[in-house]
Design a binder for this molecule. Structure first.
Ligand SMILES: Cc1cc2nc3c(=O)[nH]c(=O)nc-3n(C[C@H](O)[C@H](O)[C@H](O)COP(=O)(O)OP(=O)(O)OC[C@H]3O[C@@H](n4cnc5c(N)ncnc54)[C@H](O)[C@@H]3O)c2cc1C
Length: 468
C-alpha cells in the first residue's frame, strides 16, 4: 500500500513540500486551516476588486521560487525586469535611478552609483569599500549572526544618509528590519546573493495578477493534477507520534494516520504542534517554546485608488519619505481611468497600531510630496492591510533558533520561511524549506528523494549544509 504523507500548512512551504513529494510518487494529503492555499500571499475581494494582502516582489536570484512558479504554470503571470532598474523619488523632486549594466559584478552598478545624486563622492567611496568587504565575508561564519548590519556599516564610517540612500533602500524591504536591528548574517546574504555575487541577481519581478491566482489557486490545481488531496478549512489541533512509528493528525475533530508529516506552519503554530522531544536546535533537543525567540516583524500596505493617472513608473522607492516603496497596480485591476497604488511599509513597528485615519493623514500628504500629480487627483478609496506577524524578526542571534528540516522524530520534517534555509523570511526561503522538508520526509515513505531533488538540499540536514 502507498504510504501517506500529511503536509500541515498550505503556504508556499507546504505547497512546495506537497508537490515535490507527490511528484516523487507519494500519496499526499495537504491540510490547510484557511479556506484557501497560498498562506501569507493572498488576495481578498473588496467592492468587486481583488486586492493583495501585501505587495510581493521577487528577485532573479530567487531560483527555487521561480522554479515553483514554472511548476504551477504561473511564470507567464509575472514580470521580471531585463535589468535591475529602480527609480528613487524624493520630496524635493530630485529623482535617482539604480540601474545595472551588463558588466560583471560589482562593476554592473558602478555607472548607476557614479550618477546617483544622493551620495557624495566620499559616500560613494564608503559604499564601495563596504560592498567589497561584504563580498569577502564568509556566509557560513556564525559570528555574522552576533552583530547588527548597522554596527558593521559603522565600521566603514557609513553615515545615516548613506545608509538610508543605499543600504536601507534594499535592506528594509528584504529583511523586514532596518540595518540598525537586522543581523549582519541576513543582510550579508541578501546583498551578496542579490547584488554582489552575480550581476543579474537583483533584477526585480512581480505578479501581474492577484497573488491568490498566482500562487494558491494555481498550486491547488497543480496538486489536484498529481492526485494529491487538498483539504481546506482543516485546522490541525494535534500531531501525535505512534509507538511503532507513524503519526496521527487531528484536524477539526477528525483523526488521520500518516507515515510521515511535514509541519509547514508559522513558527508560533509549530511551537504548539511539535511533539515533545522533536525540535533540534544547535544540535540539541530543545523545548519548542524557544521558537518564540524568533519574534515577529510587521508589514503594512496602503491601497490607494485615485481617479486619474498619477504615476509614470511601475514602481519606485521613496527616500527621505515615510513611503518606502510604491507600486502601480492598476493593470492588475484592469483600471483604465483611475490608478491603484500600493504603498508597502516593511519593518512597520511604528505603523502597525496606527488607525486607518492616522495612516491616511500621514501618507496621503507624503504621496503628494513624492508624486505631485496626486495633488490634483481625488482619492476614491484608501484601504489598509496589516500583517502583524509578516515575518520572523531577523535580529542577531536568530540564526541558531532556525531549525533544519530534520527533527528528532523519524518521518517528521519542518518547513517554513523561518527554518534554516540561510535566506531571510521570503518566498524563496519558504520554497527552499519545502524542498528540504521533502528530502527529509520521502525516505520515510520508502521513496527516493533523488528522483526529484538534488542529492543535497540546503536546509535539510545540518551536516550537509553550506550556504546556498
Ligand atoms: C505583507 C507581506 C509582504 C511580503 N512581501 C514579500 C516580498 O515582497 N517578497 C518575498 O519574497 N516575501 C515577502 N513576504 C514574506 C513571504 O510572504 C513569506 O515568507 C512566505 O509566504 C511564507 O510562506 P510559508 O509557507 O513559510 O508560511 P505561511 O505563508 O505563513 O503559510 C503557513 C500556512 O499554515 C497554515 N496553518 C497555520 N497553522 C495551521 C494549522 N494548525 N493547521 C493547518 N494549517 C495551518 C496557515 O493558515 C498558512 O496558510 C511578505 C509577507 C507579507 C505578510
Amino acid at each position: 500500500m502507498t504510504r501517506r504523507l500529511i503536509v500541515v500548512g498550505g503556504g508556499l512551504a507546504g505547497i512546495t513540500a506537497a508537490l515535490t513529494a507527490a511528484d516523487a510518487g507519494a500519496h499526499v494529503t495537504l491540510l490547510e486551516g484557511r479556506p484557501r492555499l497560498g498562506g501569507a500571499t493572498f488576495s481578498f475581494r473588496r467592492d468587486g476588486r481583488w486586492l493583495d494582502n501585501g505587495q510581493h516582489v521577487f528577485l532573479r536570484c530567487c531560483t527555487e521560487y521561480r522554479r515553483l512558479l514554472d511548476r504551477i504554470g504561473s511564470t507567464d503571470k509575472t514580470v521580471l525586469q531585463d535589468r535591475l532598474d529602480v527609480p528613487v523619488l524624493t520630496p524635493w523632486g530630485t529623482t535617482g535611478r539604480l540601474k545595472r549594466t551588463a558588466l560583471p559584478s560589482p562593476l554592473h552598478l558602478s555607472a548607476a552609483l557614479s550618477r546617483y545624486p544622493f551620495l557624495t563622492l566620499a559616500g560613494r567611496a564608503r559604499v564601495g569599500v563596504a560592498a567589497l568587504a561584504l563580498k569577502r565575508l564568509d556566509l557560513d561564519d556564525p559570528r555574522l549572526d552576533e552583530t547588527t548590519f548597522g554596527a558593521w556599516l559603522d565600521r566603514f564610517g557609513v553615515t545615516e544618509r548613506e545608509r538610508a540612500a543605499m543600504w536601507d533602500l534594499v535592506g528594509v524591504a528584504t529583511l523586514n528590519l532596518t540595518a540598525e536591528h537586522a543581523s549582519l548574517a541576513m543582510a550579508a546574504k541578501v546583498f551578496r546573493t542579490g547584488l554582489l555575487d552575480t550581476n543579474d541577481g537583483a533584477d526585480i519581478g512581480w505578479s501581474r495578477v492577484p497573488l491568490q491566482e498566482l500562487h494558491g489557486d494555481a498550486a491547488q490545481r497543480a496538486l489536484e493534477d498529481t492526485k494529491a488531496e487538498v483539504r481546506l478549512r482543516a485546522r490541525v489541533s494535534a500531531l501525535d507520534t505512534l509507538p511503532g512509528g507513524g503519526f496521527t493528525v487531528t484536524a477539526d475533530g477528525a483523526t488521520l494516520d500518516a507515515d510521515a508529516v511535514v509541519l509547514a506552519v508559522p513558527h508560533e503554530d509549530a511551537a504548539r504542534l511539535l511533539p515533545a522531544g522533536a525540535l533540534i536546535l544547535d544540535g540539541r533537543p530543545t523545548d519548542p517554546t524557544a521558537l518564540a525567540g524568533l519574534g515577529a516583524s510587521p508589514i503594512v500596505n496602503l491601497h490607494v485608488l485615485y481617479d486619474r493617472p498619477v504615476f509614470r513608473e511601475e514602481f519606485a522607492a521613496g527616500l527621505a519619505s515615510p513611503v518606502q516603496w510604491v507600486f502601480d497596480r492598476s493593470a492588475n485591476l484592469g483600471l483604465e481611468r483611475g490608478r491603484y497604488l500600493a504603498v508597502s511599509l516593511s519593518a512597520a513597528d511604528d505603523e502597525i497600531d496606527r488607525t486607518n485615519h492616522e495612516l491616511r493623514e500621514r501618507y496621503l500628504p507624503a504621496l503628494e510630496r513624492l508624486l505631485p500629480a496626486t495633488r490634483a487627483a481625488r482619492v476614491e478609496e484608501f484601504v489598509v492591510t496589516k500583517e502583524r506577524t509578516a515575518t520572523f524578526r531577523a535580529a542577531p542571534g536568530t540564526g541558531r533558533l532556525r531549525p533544519y528540516a530534520r527533527t528528532a522524530v523519524p518521518g517528521l520534517a519542518l518547513a517554513g520561511a523561518w527554518t534554516a534555509t540561510g535566506w531571510p523570511a521570503t518566498m524563496e526561503s519558504a520554497v527552499r524549506s519545502g524542498l528540504a522538508a521533502a528530502q527529509v520526509a520521502l525516505p520515510s515513505l520508502d521513496l527516493d528523494p533523488g528522483r526529484v531533488l538534488p542529492t543535497t538540499t540546503p536546509g535539510a540536514f545540518p551536516e550537509r549544509t553550506t550556504t546556498p
